[in-house]
Design a protein around this ligand. Structure first.
Ligand SMILES: Nc1ncnc2c1ncn2[C@@H]1O[C@H](COP(=O)(O)OP(=O)(O)O)[C@@H](O)[C@H]1O
Ligand SMILES: [Mg+2]
Length: 279
C-alpha cells in the first residue's frame, strides 16, 4: 500500500523555538493511506479511423503506481491511445482492463491546453474536477487542498485570465487531482510552457505522483522529460510498441546527468531511425 501525504487539520501544538517555521495548522501534512493506483492490462488493442489504422495491436501491462512515458513521432497514435485508456474513445478491437472497476473520476486526463472556464474563479475551476461529487459538503475543502498541493492556495479567488501559463496548468493539475484519480494520463501537458516553467512543472508532477500513488501515463515529445520522470518509456511506431525501456535510476534524478543523457540518446536514435523513410 502506498503512503500518501495530505493536508489535513491537526491539533495545534505549542511551538518552542521561534526559529522553526510552522505551517498554519490547517495545512499541516499528515500521512494517510489512499487507494493505490490502478494497474491496467491492454491486449490486442486496435484503433482505426476509416481506412487509417492508427493502432495495430498494442499489448501492454502497466503495474499499479508505475510512471510510464509514451513517445513517438507526431501522428503515431499517442493521443488516441490515451483517449482509449480514458474511455473517451472506443477500441476497434482488443481490450483495456483495470485490476479493479474504476469509479467515474478514477481515470483522468490532463491536456496541453488548461481548458479553464474563463467565467469561473480558480477555486470553482478546480471544483469542476469533482464531477457529480461537486455537490458534496466537503467539495470546497477538497478543492482548496488540491490548490495548496500545486502551490496555488493564494490564487483561489482569482480569475484564470490573470494567471501565467504555468499557473493555469497548475490549476488544471489541481482540477485533475481533486477527485483523487487512480490513473492520471497527461497528453503533452507541458508542451506550451517555457523551459524553466517546464522544469518546475516536471518536478511538481513527480512530487504529486509520489505523494498520491496514482498510475501516471505521460505522453510527451520531449525525450529528456520522459527519461527524467518515468520508470519506463514506451516508443510507439507503426501502431505498435517498438521499444519498452526501463529507466532504473534513483529519484530525484539529476537533470543533465550522463546516465539520463545516454538513455535519451538511445531512445532518440531509435525515433530518428524509425522516421527516416518519412522525412
Ligand atoms: N477522431 C479522429 N478521426 C479521424 N482521425 C483521427 C481522429 N483522431 C486521430 N485521428 C488520426 O489518427 C492518427 C493519430 O493521431 P493522434 O493519436 O492524435 O497522434 P499523436 O498524438 O501521436 O500525434 C492521425 O493520423 C490522426 O489524424
Ligand atoms: Mg497527440
Amino acid at each position: 500500500m502506498q503512503e500518501a501525504l495530505r493536508f489535513q487539520p491537526v491539533d495545534a501544538e505549542p511551538v518552542d523555538h521561534a526559529d522553526i517555521v510552522v505551517k498554519p495548522r490547517h495545512l499541516r501534512r499528515v500521512t494517510e493511506s489512499v487507494a493505490r493506483g490502478l494497474a491496467l492490462t491492454i491486449r490486442g488493442l486496435r484503433k482505426a479511423f476509416g481506412d487509417n489504422e492508427v493502432l495495430r495491436g498494442i499489448d501492454l501491462h502497466i503495474p499499479s503506481g508505475q510512471f510510464v512515458a509514451i513517445v513517438g513521432r507526431s501522428g503515431c497514435g499517442k493521443s488516441t491511445l490515451l483517449r482509449l485508456i480514458a474511455g473517451l474513445e472506443a477500441p476497434t478491437a482488443g481490450s483495456i482492463a483495470f485490476d479493479e472497476e474504476p469509479r467515474a473520476q478514477d481515470v483522468r486526463v490532463m491536456f496541453q491546453e488548461p481548458r479553464l472556464l474563463p467565467w469561473a474563479r480558480v477555486l470553482s475551476n478546480v471544483e469542476v474536477g469533482l464531477g457529480r461529487e461537486r455537490a458534496s459538503a466537503d467539495a470546497q475543502a477538497r478543492a482548496e487542498r488540491a490548490l495548496v498541493e500545486v502551490g496555488l492556495g493564494d490564487k483561489r479567488a482569482q480569475w484564470p485570465s490573470v494567471l501565467s501559463g504555468g499557473q493555469k496548468q497548475r490549476v488544471a493539475l489541481a482540477r485533475a487531482l481533486v477527485s483523487q484519480p487512480r490513473v492520471l494520463a497527461f497528453d503533452e501537458p507541458l508542451g506550451a510552457l517555457d523551459a524553466l516553467t517546464r522544469i518546475s512543472m516536471q518536478q511538481l508532477l513527480e512530487r504529486v505522483w509520489r505523494d498520491q500513488g496514482f498510475t501516471a501515463i505521460l505522453v510527451t515529445h520531449d525525450v529528456a522529460e520522459a527519461v527524467a520522470l518515468a520508470d519506463r518509456v514506451l516508443v510507439i511506431e507503426d501502431g505498435r510498441i517498438a521499444e519498452d525501456v526501463t529507466i532504473d535510476l534513483p529519484r530525484p534524478r539529476r537533470r543533465g546527468s550522463a546516465e539520463l543523457a545516454a538513455l535519451e540518446g538511445e531512445i532518440l536514435k531509435h525515433l530518428l531511425e524509425g522516421s527516416e523513410d518519412t522525412l
